[in-house]
Ligand binder design. Structure first.
Ligand code: UN1
Length: 512
């Protein structure tokens, strides 16, 4: 059991009904609309929030634009120092914020802490980056000319995040966007606004202590109406959106229609190939954690296992046994493996997918179902299940955000790679093999078509140091590490002539 109220208080959440913030300033808007936040852990009401309206949105953008004019003049390493302080503040608040993530969203406490750790890690990364926003220099074809490129901030960056990583995805985007000199407007999922309000308080304290201009980090609590306003508004130069493919298509189309920039991080349909040369014990841990961790609600969750026929029976036996050991229950209890789904709507979609899979011929070797009785009062706890299925079933081609794992058999690696790639999504993928040839083929141009391809590691649990994202219906965006920062900046090519002549490029003659 958890007493959430002291935690909310520690995190500075006193004005829950307030729906938007430009920093110090909070506004509750006079909107009648709002929502009650119910914990999927115990079904109890935590709080209610209001939704920001169009006027709140307008005011927020105006304040953000004004902040940008100041924030962009701060040297990048100084901005980095502010993000260093944000990382420190997150370290101090890790326990409370991790617990609130776990209680509001339903992921295990370990994963709640892990999520806050990802935020801390990306802050550290962004601090280093603040001294490395490198551009290249080029040799000009003209005498006494110099060419180089530099990177400038975009302006106002919009961040739309999903319930499953309610705070880390904001941090991935905001920490990079801010060191790059942008200001941010964040619309968290309406299913998890409290953790977002907590983050806004944490960053605001740091900003206030450093006189960061009002409007540098803004928060709008709202539903898809706010998302639509953000998508259509040309003052939001970059819109980073994480969520369903359906949402991403709408955002991408609206932002594309105004030729704005979007960074899309959408659904996955991630598979692990289990080769006959796999270490089966290790594969088991990777597969089970990938499939049931976060109750199957990561975009990197393992949804399909493509198993070589000679180890198929042995491996599926192991899986069935392992599923028998899973402890499902209150995610705040550290002995629990699987917590609840986010809400009853998600439970419906889980049940619907199981039905569809059965209709298409799926054979369940571990049955699913909704748990009832003591400890399961919220109605959001479901049994992780496993079905033997075919890759071309409609339901297998579709991402269901729930712990449903599909098993399929293969003979040759070519066939396995073709199956792994034959889905609309392209986020994460993995092969379990001790065979170097297989591993390299999987990683080659003829291998996995995903943004993430792992060897002897499952599909989920990516580190922040790499660029995170995927291809096809996953949206093509890259966030987090490597050079993902470039998405948050505009590139400018500069040529400087320090001669006393004006030679033209390509040798063109133009004499007056
Ligand atoms: C997501 O599910 O939205 O790789 C992101 C992982 C995490 C991030 C997942 N680091 O599972």
């Amino acid at each position: 059991q958890i007493d959430i109220f002291p935690i909310l208080q520690n995190l500075g959440i006193q004005h829950i009904n307030q729906s938007c913030s430009t920093g110090k300033h909070w506004n509750s808007s006079n909107a009648q609309e709002g929502t009650v936040i119910i914990s999927p852990v115990d079904g109890k009401e935590i709080a209610s929030v209001n939704f920001a309206n169009a006027e709140d949105f307008q005011n927020t953008v105006v304040t953000a634009e004004a902040a940008f004019k100041v924030w962009r003049t701060w040297p990048a390493p100084k901005r980095g120092d502010i993000i260093r302080q944000l990382g420190d503040a997150l370290r101090q608040n890790k326990e409370d914020l991790g617990k609130l993530v776990s209680y509001e969203m339903g992921k295990s406490l370990q994963e709640g802490y892990g999520e806050v750790q990802e935020m801390i890690d990306i802050c550290d990364f962004a601090v280093g980056l603040s001294r490395q926003l490198y551009g290249l220099t080029m040799h000009s074809e003209r005498p006494a000319h110099r060419m180089y490129e530099q990177w400038h901030p975009m302006g106002v960056v919009g961040i739309i995040s999903a319930f499953n990583f309610p705070v880390a995805v904001w941090a991935w985007n905001a920490s990079l966007a801010l060191v790059c000199g942008n200001v941010c407007i964040w619309k968290p999922s309406e299913k998890t606004p409290l953790t977002a309000i907590a983050c806004q308080h944490i960053i605001q304290k740091v900003f206030e202590a450093n006189d960061v201009p009002e409007g540098t980090s803004c928060l709008l609590i709202g539903d898809r109406n706010i998302g639509e306003l953000m998508s259509h508004d040309k003052r939001i130069g970059l819109l980073s959106a994480t969520g369903s493919t359906r949402m991403g298509k709408a955002v991408g189309a609206a932002v594309g229609a105004r030729l704005g920039r979007s960074l899309l991080e959408l659904g996955g349909n991630n598979a692990i190939i289990i080769s006959k040369d796999a270490d089966l014990e290790m594969s088991l841990v990777g597969a089970v954690f990938g499939a049931v961790g976060t109750a199957g609600q990561r975009c990197t969750s393992t949804r399909r296992l493509i198993i070589q026929e000679s180890v198929y029976d042995a491996f599926s036996d192991k899986l069935v046994k392992a599923y028998g050991q899973l402890k499902i229950g209150n995610p705040l209890d550290e002995n629990i493996h699987v917590g609840p789904l986010i809400d009853k709507e998600a439970v419906k979609s889980y049940l619907g997918s199981i039905e569809k899979c059965k209709e298409e011929g799926g054979n369940f070797v571990v049955e699913g179902g909704v748990l009832e009785g003591e400890g399961y009062e919220s109605g959001c706890y479901v049994k992780p299940c496993i079905a033997e299925a075919k890759n071309d079933y409609q339901i297998v081609q579709h991402e269901t955000f729930a712990p449903i794992l599909y098993l399929m058999k293969y003979k040759t690696l070519d066939e396995a790679i073709a199956m792994q790639n034959d889905v609309p999504q392209g986020l994460s993928s993995a092969i379990m093999t001790l065979n170097l040839r297989e591993a390299e083929q999987f990683l080659s141009y003829a291998g996995s078509d995903c943004g993430i391809a792992n060897v002897n590691i499952g599909t989920s649990g990516a580190e922040i140091g790499g660029a995170f994202g995927g291809e096809k219906e996953t949206g093509g965006g890259r966030e987090s590490g490597s050079d993902a920062w470039k998405a948050y900046m505009r590139r400018q090519t500069n040529t400087i002539n320090y001669s006393d002549k004006l030679p033209l490029a390509q040798g063109i003659k133009f004499d007056l």
